[in-house]
Ligand binder design. Structure first.
Ligand SMILES: C[S@@+](CC[C@H](N)C(=O)[O-])C[C@H]1O[C@@H](n2cnc3c(N)ncnc32)[C@H](O)[C@@H]1O
Length: 224
């Protein structure tokens, strides 16, 4: 089998909806994983809140970051403890619980919202709140009030609200950027109508060019 054939096979296999950096599935493309870490680094994110952990592929990457960067903190929320892989639970068992933790509960419950708010208050600005659970439009609506605004006139000093599985009907999400593989089908769970509340004045869209080939939407709240 020639090299060309092998490359062709790899391309066919890259469906783009699940990648496996640490041996645990991440429900994101490689390109999306790269974009998330780029945002974390470029915006000086101190706290990452992941609403919807699933097996823990993205969580494992974030927990690993807390081992190396002591100014970085991770909080995951998952409804179904049984779906989270034991590898992630083992990793969390050796992590500093102040730095990395997963809580099990319903993101829409008052107690989880209070835990998320307390995490964000303890860590300080800036936090990235990432909506990736089962009802992302509702999550956006209910968690947006927690987002602290940018200082007046100063960009990127507040928190960032991001959501996965957004599709505007035009984006063409790529799996591994530059490798020519596209997603079979962007599973749209968040549509422009769900984010229109973030368009006017008080909210601005973050780094749209970085997001063009992803299913991620990101917003800041502008200061007064
Ligand atoms: C799309 S998966 C998360 C993928 C993960 N962020 C990743 O990158 O691999 C959605 C997860 O949200 C969880 N979930 C659904 N509804 C939830 C709720 N109300 N509260 C907390 N978690 C929820 C599901 O159990 C599922 O594991």
């Amino acid at each position: 089998m020639g090299v060309d054939r092998l490359i062709g096979l790899e391309r066919n296999l890259l469906t783009g909806t699940e990648d496996i950096p640490f041996g645990l599935k991440v429900g994101h493309t490689w390109h999306e994983i790269g974009v998330i870490f780029h945002v974390v680094e470029a915006f000086g994110i101190r706290g990452f809140v992941e609403l919807g952990v699933h097996e823990g592929g993205l969580a494992a990457l974030m927990v690993a970051r807390t081992f190396y960067r002591h100014d970085f903190h991770y909080l995951g929320v998952e409804l179904d403890a049984g779906v989270v892989r034991t590898e992630l639970k083992d990793m969390l068992a050796v992590a500093n619980p102040q730095a990395a933790q997963v809580i099990y509960g319903d993101v829409f419950s008052d107690s989880v919202k209070q835990d998320v708010q307390a995490f964000m208050a303890r860590v300080g600005r800036q936090c990235l709140l990432y909506c990736d659970d089962g009802d992302k439009p509702r999550e956006l609506r209910e968690y947006a009030p927690l987002i602290r605004p940018n200082d007046s006139g100063i960009k990127t000093t507040g928190d960032i609200l991001m959501v996965h599985d957004f599709w505007d009907g035009q984006r063409e999400p790529q799996d591994l950027f530059g490798y020519g593989s596209t997603l079979d089908f962007p599973r749209a769970e968040v549509l422009p109508a769900d984010v229109k509340q973030f368009a006017p004045m008080a909210w601005s869209k973050a780094v749209p060019s970085w997001l063009a080939e992803t299913r991620i939407a990101a917003y800041f709240r502008e200061g007064g």
